[in-house]
Design a binder for this molecule. Structure first.
Ligand code: SF4
Length: 414
């Protein structure tokens, strides 16, 4: 892909562009979102169904809002993924990561295996270790209880807490656990050695918990419990990443409800530092293998509406490896982050979709007019708030950060 600079966006919405918007409801939505007016659900729903030339106008409005809060810098995090256990009490219809106990690949990593992956990441210039794992598998499977007992534990969360501490102590990588619903005690246990934590809200739809739907049989996917985990984390000063998975059977109304739930949560708890908009991809071994995938247009409209709802200051991410031929377009829909990129490990959640190289990401971003920068696990606006920075991790994070809170450019590798 050729390198060329693109013209900067205008900071205000061009009147002639606005006049070209055909649907009055979409025009109203754009006009209002460009001011300080907060969109209603109905306005957001109309925007999510934009067609024709209304779509680029919607994207322009979202991009302009993003520029207002984030400029034209797009970030990524260089990390290793540590799949601590692929056993899980839930059975999501789109999941290929979780394995049944009788599957030959069902596994819980040993401390030696954890350290080996972390060390490989450190050698490749990673700053972060993302522990991605199944949710409380010991509640469902004897095999998970046996794995834990052999390691000297009775609960996955306790083992995870010790592995986070081990990785930080031995490698300096900053741990980040993504392990599902957690109680206050469990959050407190993990807090000391986690730079931030993550839980995808995915959808607030209760319908998706019904038989035949994506979250049937998943006790951890009750939306209120996921929202409560994040709200409690806010009280404990833990920054969280969350997000929405689109194309799993939700209606457009439910999609809007999910975005508003995230917005309202952040207004209350103040600890949501990033919102991921992720597209469902079919895999041959999942329950939902016959479902259709969301189109790029669907992603673009959803990202743009998410930006209009969540405002200029929220970090909005879309994974590049799930739309390899068109992810550049997401920059024009209002994202400002590409998420975690690993030079060492595959995407364990979407193993068939390899990460782009950082050099490619830099080139694709530059062609669209954006500067790529490496970020830490904590975004700059959270790094400057002592309540969100653990004393144990603070010296390491500040040593890696430049004055603007992103990773010092000397420490960035292609
Ligand atoms: S998506 Fe997460 S919670 Fe659902 S089955 Fe897979 S690992 Fe478990």
């Amino acid at each position: 892909m050729s390198m060329k600079s693109a013209p900067a966006f205008s900071p205000t919405l061009d009147e002639s562009l606005l006049a070209s918007v055909a649907a009055p409801s979409v025009r109203t939505t754009i006009e209002r979102s460009m001011g300080s007016y907060e969109l209603t659900r109905e306005e957001a729903l109309h925007a999510l169904q934009a067609t024709g030339t209304d779509v680029p106008a919607l994207m322009f409005a979202a991009s302009t809002l993003r520029d207002r809060g984030k400029g034209q810098t797009v970030t990524y995090s260089r990390k290793v993924f540590i799949p601590l256990t692929n056993l899980c009490r839930d059975k999501c219809g789109y999941c290929t990561f979780a394995k049944a106990p009788n599957h030959p690949d069902a596994k819980t990593m040993t401390p030696e295996e954890v350290l080996s992956v972390a060390c490989a990441g450190r050698e490749q210039g990673c700053k972060e270790a993302l522990f991605s794992l199944g949710e409380k598998p010991e509640e469902r499977y004897a095999l998970a209880r046996t794995h834990l007992r052999n390691l000297g534990y009775t609960a996955t969360v306790s083992y995870l807490a010790d592995m986070c501490e081990l990785v930080f102590r031995e490698t300096g990588l900053i741990p980040h656990a993504n392990c599902g619903v957690l109680s206050r005690d469990e959050l407190e246990l993990l807090r000391e050695h986690n730079g931030w934590m993550g839980i995808m809200l995915e959808s607030t739809s209760h319908r998706l918990l019904e038989r035949g739907q994506a979250h049937f049989g998943c006790v951890g996917k009750v939306p209120e419990t996921r929202l409560e985990t994040m709200a409690t984390a806010g009280e404990l000063g833990i920054a969280f990443t969350t997000g929405m998975l689109i194309g799993i059977g939700e209606t457009l109304e439910e999609r809007i409800d999910t975005l508003f739930a995230i917005k309202e949560l952040h207004q209350r708890s103040g600890n949501i530092q990033e919102v991921i908009i992720q597209n469902f991809r079919v895999k041959p071994d999942i329950r939902m293998r016959d479902r259709s995938e969301p189109s790029v247009l669907d992603m673009v409209r959803t990202i743009a509406v998410a930006r209009l709802i969540l405002g200029p200051d929220m970090n909005i991410q879309a994974p590049p490896n799930l739309t390899p031929d068109a992810y550049q377009t997401y920059l024009y829909a209002g994202i400002n982050d590409w998420g975690g990129i690993s030079p060492v490990t595959k995407d364990h959640i979407n193993p068939e979709r390899s990460w782009p190289l950082v050099g490619e990401l830099r080139e694709v971003s530059a062609e669209a007019g954006f500067t790529l920068r490496e970020r830490l696990c904590l975004y700059p606006e959270f790094l400057t708030q002592p309540a969100f920075v653990r004393p144990t991790l603070a010296p390491r994070m500040h040593a890696l950060a430049a004055a603007d809170g992103l990773v010092t450019e000397d420490l960035t590798r292609e």
